[in-house]
Design a protein around this ligand. Structure first.
Ligand code: BG6
Length: 491
């Protein structure tokens, strides 16, 4: 196992992401032996904390892991804290001294990862100051990890990118899309490129449509303020949903290198048919949840959330149809949908194959065979299901659907690593494959911007238009019905 030596500086170390995802992921890497003792984590945030207090919060965040307290103690010894003002140069100089000291203590050879897990308005300032105050000039590597949102639209994303590029080169920048760290998202390319039975069929001759659903049961929780400026289009579609489409649609890369894979994904995004503002309505549907029943109890509507405007037109649901204008995909719709307060927490991809040329088993007007489906279950179950037709037992020649099932996380003893664990480790090793390149970010903003422009300028008079606990507004069904398709159930 490669055991990278590095210092990780987490900006926003007292925040939710650090506690929920980053500390537990780093701990898992340590516990599994992917990290040696040669690492350190420096938490920086505005709050005044001692390193001892910081360590207690780190320990608390991993307290549900069943491990000896000795291990937890030795782990947390690697954590240090500095209170920080992102606009004050002396904070950077102080941090610089601390990092140099820690480099000696932990033999981290000048390797540094600056992880920005905080409000995006400071991303540019921090990146520039890190360079200006000399924190990136070391004998080892310096990498910048950036959480979303990466801008609010194409112009703001460009501006942010120009700012951080003044201090870091593209290959030093790791833009997180945590969906790319999910085991089954990474499995998409393996299922496609390691199976002789799929790749020959993976095109417009055999595939009727592809559906990508990411539904959530939770509402906006305590993130109403952020979500009001974002909505589902920016929060989920511009990044996670479009990344999954790119992986499903890309050509086989000539090699499994970061550059080759990224370049194939970029080509898909370039081939996306742009949606003109006067066509948005034909391709995209927006929704906002009203009250409804979930888990046996009534839940409030989006507009009733205390951080949300009473007349908010922010969408909490999006369904859309994407077309990829290239040889492989011409004419095949990729449908996506995502929303909050839906029936189930589930991310699934359904590949619907075309009907066979002639149906031998049923006459005109009789029940039809179900099409072959390949279902890639991303979460909560992880696996694949292939829907086939077989003979119904008995005297008649009739068909019945049968499923071939593989469940990844049902196998005893297999505990799939969390997305963040994989991504942090990749970044430590210098593998940027599962991070988004600037070109991908720019192309996907370019695609979604006309949609948000139209939605923001036109009142959503029908909001709320789906009940909490449902699968979204009926217009999303009509979107597929117009093409003769239905959404395949996800739960
Ligand atoms: C995040 C969004 O990027 O993804 C959240 O900001 C959303 O709003 C989350 O809930 C969904 O991630 P997952 O891994 O739970 O599907």
């Amino acid at each position: 196992i490669e055991q990278p030596k590095t210092i990780v500086v987490i900006f926003g170390a007292t925040g939710d992401l650090a506690k929920r995802k980053l500390f537990p992921s780093i701990f898992n890497l340590y516990r599994k032996g992917n990290l040696s003792e040669d690492f350190a984590v420096v938490g920086v945030a505005r709050r005044d904390l001692s390193s001892e207090e910081f360590r207690s919060s780190v320990k608390e965040s991993i307290s549900n892991k069943q491990v000896s307290s000795d291990k937890v103690d030795t782990f947390s010894e690697h954590f240090h804290y500095q209170s920080f003002d992102v606009t004050n140069p002396s904070s950077y100089l102080e941090l610089k001294d601390l990092l140099e000291k820690l480099d000696n203590t932990y033999q981290t050879e000048g390797n540094r990862i600056f992880y920005l897990a905080m409000a995006p308005e400071f991303f540019g300032t921090i990146a520039e100051n890190l360079k200006k105050e000399g924190l990136t000039a070391t004998s080892g590597f310096s990498r910048l990890v950036i959480e979303k949102p990466f801008g609010h639209n194409l112009p703001s994303a460009k501006q942010l990118n120009e700012q951080i590029r003044k201090a870091f080169k593209e290959e030093q920048i790791y833009r997180i899309d945590h969906y790319l760290g999910k085991e089954m998202v990474q499995n998409i390319e393996v299922i496609r490129f390691a199976n002789a039975i799929f790749e020959p069929l993976w095109n417009n001759r055999y595939i009727a449509n592809i559906q990508v659903t990411s539904s959530e049961t939770l509402g906006v929780e305590d993130r109403g303020r952020y979500y009001e400026t974002s909505g589902a289009l920016r929060d989920m579609v511009q990044n996670h949903m479009m990344q999954m489409v790119a992986l499903l649609a890309m050509e086989p890369p000539i090699k499994l290198t970061t550059e080759e894979i990224r370049s194939e994904k970029i080509k898909v995004l370039r081939a996306l048919r742009p949606i003109k503002e006067d066509e948005v309505h034909d391709y995209f549907v927006r929704g906002q949840y009203g009250k409804g029943m979930q888990n046996g109890g009534e839940v409030e509507s989006y507009r009733d959330d205390s951080n949300v405007d009473d007349n908010s037109i922010t969408e909490t649901y999006v369904a859309g149809k994407l077309l990829i204008d290239n040889f492989r995909w011409a004419g095949v719709p990729f449908y996506i949908r995502t929303g909050k307060r839906m029936t189930a927490k589930s991310t699934k991809i359904v590949v619907q194959f075309k009907d066979i040329p002639m149906n031998l088993y049923y006459g005109k007007g009789e029940q039809q065979q179900t099409p072959n489906l390949l279902v890639i279950n991303i979460q909560p179950e992880e696996g694949i299901t292939l829907h086939l037709n077989a003979k119904k037992a008995g005297q008649h020649m009739q068909t019945t659907p049968v499923n071939l099932d593989f469940c990844n996380n049902c196998i005893d003893g297999i505990n799939t690593p969390e997305a963040y664990e994989k991504l942090i480790y990749d970044c430590m090793k210098g593998d940027a494959t599962n991070f988004t390149h600037w070109d991908e970010v720019a192309l996907s903003w370019n695609f979604v911007d006309p949609i948000s422009n139209v939605w923001e300028s036109q009142m959503a008079t029908q909001f709320p238009n789906y009940e909490s606990g449902s699968m979204g507004p009926k217009e999303a069904d009509q979107l597929l019905a117009r093409d003769g398709f239905i959404w395949w159930p996800v739960s």
